[in-house]
Design a protein around this ligand. Structure first.
Ligand code: ZN
Length: 220
């Protein structure tokens, strides 16, 4: 599958999953050292066609395609410039995760083992006005080691080595938020005991092939 058709598939997916509404959200993928493929602004992700996707350079200039570059392009550029290991960035407004972001809460406590391993700490990035430098700047303190970010009073960003990886983190983030939301309706979530958490980290690389940055560990 070409990068263009794969990105289109995941645009449709985030809309079907209701991680975005109306014209919200933006998705991108790194093509090479010169070009990035990104969604245009003002188009519903559920209706995106392959030809709608734009090619831009690392300064956000339009290289190919018809349409206006996504207003949140700065988030994407920041990630691609600072993280060579990342090839896809997804920004959505998933309701449960975004609800926590409006409370001013990130996910920094170990509650679910799979979330601990696949997301790590999910920092809350200070509120910034959309489309300005405030938004990428709010992600800067965490950019080196985080895989998922909550944007205060706004939404979420997930990143990955490929489009699928970035998408699955968005799905995992929303599922985690939903589970904690339900837990709080029933009472209060418990966290994984420290000893068990250390055990989980100790098997992460051997069993799951996940290398965890110490800055992203929940027992530090
Ligand atoms: Zn947004």
């Amino acid at each position: 599958m070409s990068l263009r058709s794969e990105l289109t598939v995941y645009c449709h997916k985030v809309y079907e999953k209701e991680y975005v509404s109306a014209y919200d959200g933006n998705l991108s993928a790194r093509i090479d050292g010169r070009r990035i493929l990104i969604t245009p602004s003002g188009k519903c992700k559920g209706e995106i066609k392959e030809d709608d996707l734009l090619e831009i350079d690392y300064d956000g200039n339009l290289l190919a395609g018809n349409g206006k570059v996504s207003t949140e392009v700065k988030i994407h550029l920041l990630v691609y410039k600072l993280r060579n290991d990342i090839h896809s960035v997804i920004h959505c407004h998933p309701p449960f995760a975004t609800a926590f972001a409006t409370l001013g809460e990130g996910f920094n406590k170990p509650v679910l083992p799979e979330s601990v391993l696949s997301l790590g700490k999910v920092p809350l990035c200070k509120y910034g006005t959309p489309s300005t430098d405030e938004l990428p700047n709010s992600m800067l303190p965490y950019i080196d080691f985080s895989w998922a970010f909550l944007l205060e009073n706004h939404g979420a960003v997930t990143i990955g080595k490929n489009i699928k990886g970035a998408y699955f983190r968005m799905e995992k983030l929303e599922h985690t938020a939903k589970t904690i939301f339900i837990a709080r309706l029933l009472g209060r979530e418990k966290t994984i005991p420290l000893q068990k958490l250390k055990e989980l980290y100790s098997i992460a690389e051997k069993v799951y092939g996940i290398k965890i940055d110490n800055r992203n560990r929940m027992d530090y």
